[in-house]
Design a protein around this ligand. Structure first.
Ligand code: PSU
Ligand code: MN
Length: 300
């Protein structure tokens, strides 16, 4: 085993006995939600995974190691501290060798999950092709990571702060299957629709697990994006969201926000301006994704 990996004993035991495990990211804790909701949500999501019979493994970087299965205390630290790096794939060797605290994005979490042998990862929404990417070239490393790493990602679709159409095109180019659970329309995180049809639809966890097994057994490397539409009770009207997104994008441009700061800035702006409404929707959808991901993890 790789000397830079630290696997929590509960996760190691589950790996040993082939029990289902669900990986969870930490960027959402340190850079995606405010304290204390971030910590409450991270612990709640772990509890939902356990209630569904799987073992949660929240992933982050600490003390020069990629930690697979953070403790509650570590999650609390990541939720409170202001000096936790946002670690995408390119940042991983720096943060490990410098022994910084690092919250892992979808890309870095997937890679570490794969090092540990975990196949299912649950998050809120992946990074994607940003609006205006034709000039900024701002395309998340989550997408290129999904092209090569054999870990399936359960999400609520692609956030409408991104260009959802271009993100779907890019996923197609990279050969990443996109399947929506129980719906013909591809969801947009806070809303059940995005104006785009889902490339694929499946209505049961079993079918999804069978598709993952088929993909990887054939040697087709990479992820599958599983989109789980937010429940109707928690969804926000896409037209209402669009106004906040436009305002957030304008504020980011005015403040000169670029690079890795863009996504956290937009999420914070939207949460502040919807008076927490977007945050509540975000929490609800992650919980629902955790339940679905756990059920899928039994069949893989
Ligand atoms: N979506 C959310 N909250 C988040 C993120 C995505 O609802 O916090 C995080 C994820 O960790 C994702 C990252 O991998 O943002 C993407 O960042 P970037 O766009 O800089 O690649
Ligand atoms: Mn980016």
């Amino acid at each position: 085993m790789n000397e830079y990996l630290h696997i929590n004993p509960s996760v190691a035991a589950a790996l040993e006995s082939n029990r289902p495990i669900v990986a969870l990211e930490s960027t959402i804790i340190s850079h995606g939600m405010p304290y204390p909701k971030n910590v409450e949500t991270a612990l709640l999501v772990e509890q939902i995974v356990r209630q569904n019979g799987a073992i949660p493994a929240t992933i982050g970087v600490m003390n020069g190691k990629c930690v697979v299965g953070m403790t509650n205390e570590e999650i609390e630290t990541f939720g409170k501290a202001s000096d936790v790096w946002k670690v995408s794939l390119r940042d991983l060797p720096y943060v490990v060798s410098q022994k910084c605290m690092g919250a892992t994005t979808v890309a870095a979490t997937m890679r570490i999950a794969s090092m540990a042998g975990i196949k299912i990862f649950v998050t809120g929404g992946i990074g994607g092709v940003h609006r205006g990417a034709e000039t900024t070239m701002d395309i998340s490393a989550d997408l290129t990571e999904m092209a090569q790493t054999n870990v399936a990602v359960v999400s609520a679709g692609v956030k409408s702060i991104l260009d959802i159409g271009l993100t779907l095109e890019y996923l197609e180019t990279l050969g990443i299957p996109v399947v929506t659970f129980g719906s013909d329309s591809f969801p947009s995180f806070y809303s059940r629709e995005s104006g785009h049809c889902s490339p694929l639809r499946m209505d049961s966890e079993k079918e999804i697990a069978e598709m993952l097994s088929a993909k990887w057994s054939m040697g087709l490397n990479g992820s599958v994006l599983i989109a789980n539409p937010i429940s109707p009770d928690d969804a926000i009207d896409p037209q209402v969201m669009e106004k906040y997104i436009q305002a957030a994008l304008a504020a980011a441009a005015a403040a000169g926000i670029t690079g890795k700061e863009v996504t956290p800035f937009l999420l914070k702006y939207i949460a502040d301006h919807t008076k927490g409404g977007s945050l509540e929707a975000n929490i609800a959808l992650i919980c629902s994704n955790a339940a679905l991901g756990s059920r899928i993890s039994f069949g893989v």
